[in-house]
Design a protein around this ligand. Structure first.
Ligand code: ZN
Length: 197
């Protein structure tokens, strides 16, 4: 199974300042180059991994302690269509507000980034709450309990080049999809925003 490998920076072509990690939210490999030539903010880019890449996380003891694997399964209902990732995170936070607040505290959230209206001007690049929750969903998919695919992201989530979608088994037809924006509109939420506790 291929793991993210160090590749030269797209911009400066050096490798020594490049770090990489799996982004389970998008199923892509995220790279960052902290060569000072890029200024104070690292240059970041993402690549779609090779088809034999391992894109499943391993079970995490902190997430396990919060009961997240069981609680996420309850967010995907029998008969659901494919659910764009944001639908599941919204169901999870409504049903588990205390655990959700703990996750935001420990891992932060993309919505805290100042580029999306949050308070963090230079947030750390490491995997945040949504990537951790997607990693947990990938564990459930690998265990054969749910299905996973990737596709375009809608509304708030469209800062991602693509995003994970999840479904109960047996898998619905590909076009049978509930996007985040459709779901949010139905729930009376603003699809372009993500409200944090
Ligand atoms: Zn660079």
């Amino acid at each position: 199974m291929a793991r993210p490998t160090t590749i030269p920076c797209e911009k400066c072509f050096f490798t020594q300042d490049v770090t990489q990690e799996v982004n389970y939210l998008t199923g892509m490999w995220d790279y960052a180059c902290s060569n000072p030539v890029h200024g104070e903010t690292p240059y970041i880019w993402s690549v779609i991994p090779p088809s034999n890449a391992e894109t499943s996380a391993s079970r995490d003891s902190f997430l396990d302690g919060l009961g997240i694997y069981d609680d996420l399964l309850l967010c995907i209902h029998a008969g659901d269509p494919w659910l764009e990732y944001g639908v599941i995170e919204d169901r999870y936070r409504r049903d588990n507000p205390d655990e959700y607040a703990q996750l935001i505290e420990k891992y932060s959230h993309s919505a805290r980034n100042s580029t999306r209206g949050g308070p963090d001007v230079q947030p750390s690049r490491s995997r945040k709450t949504s990537s951790r929750l997607s990693g947990a969903l990938s564990v459930l998919a690998k265990a054969g309990l749910i299905d996973r695919a990737f596709g375009p992201a809608s509304g708030y989530w469209s800062y991602n080049p693509r995003i994970s979608r999840w479904a109960p088994l047996p898998s619905p037809a590909k076009e049978d999809l509930l996007t985040w924006s459709e779901y949010a509109a139905g729930e009376g939420l603003d699809p372009t925003r993500w409200e944090l506790p």
